[in-house]
Design a protein around this ligand. Sequence first.
Ligand code: CP
Length: 305
Amino acid sequence: MKNLIDIMQLSTDELQQLIDRALDIIANPAKYADSCHGKKLATLFFEPSTRTRLSFEAAMYELGGNVIGFSSANSSSAAKGESVADTVRTVGCYADIIAMRHPKEGAPLVATRTAGVPVINAGDGGHNHPTQTLADLLTIYREKGTFENLTVGLCGDLKFGRTVHSLISAMSRYKGLKVVLISPEELRVPQYIISDVLEPNNIPYVEVTSLEDAMPELDILYMTRVQRERFFNEADYMRLKDSYILTPDKLRTAKQSLSILHPLPRVNEISVTVDDDPRACYFKQVLNGKYMRMALILKLLEVNV
Ligand code: CP
């Protein structure tokens, strides 16, 4: 595998290898400290980011490599009209690997055709976010010790939440998965997730609007932000933005073993009063993202440690 554009490019065996590598990095950081010496990562972010960009950069520094890049389209020659294809062809002359976020779905795939170096999709529009899924999977694995026989509730903006689409696809390959899709009518998961992922894999799923009703059966609760930047109409965003707000009161019927995930950033959908609940895993997820990105960089650069 030369690029990572879609999480489904990784088999479950390859996912497990990345998880095992990340766990080894956590246990033995010094072993990896010079593993990417002399290598450069370019972070090309045409859309805002805190976690993804900075965790990629931290990952490369902790592997002993260097980082170049830009954090907004306006600070690159995209602002002068340069195409994605020309931008990455240029950056491929300077860097050994590229992590790219772009508002247009498919832009990282287009980038693979001219980059000449591995390209990682760091989020493309409302489509996919495979490295967030790597962070999610390591978090689930560390919390549950397995991906099998889990009931996973995904709550909020299931239409535009690209992390939801990647996570459902990745989890669809594990035995005993049940999916509870919790959203307002207008923000239901795209039809292709049902017709191309859930139904062909015979995964039991329900689409509901009440978080409270779903809560008692969940092993994982994956909260998401309503994606303001994907709405065409501000009035619709204002109407839907507070559809779900997780509070300690709403967790009263939840399992003690529940794990609460959120890709972050959060706006209002998890009260800060939940943060000290031992079931809140979203800041562990942030850190797990860095380790999985380290493991992925090593894999794509074919570095043996
Ligand atoms: N989860 C995530 O993609 O966060 P950022 O937008 O801050 O990178």
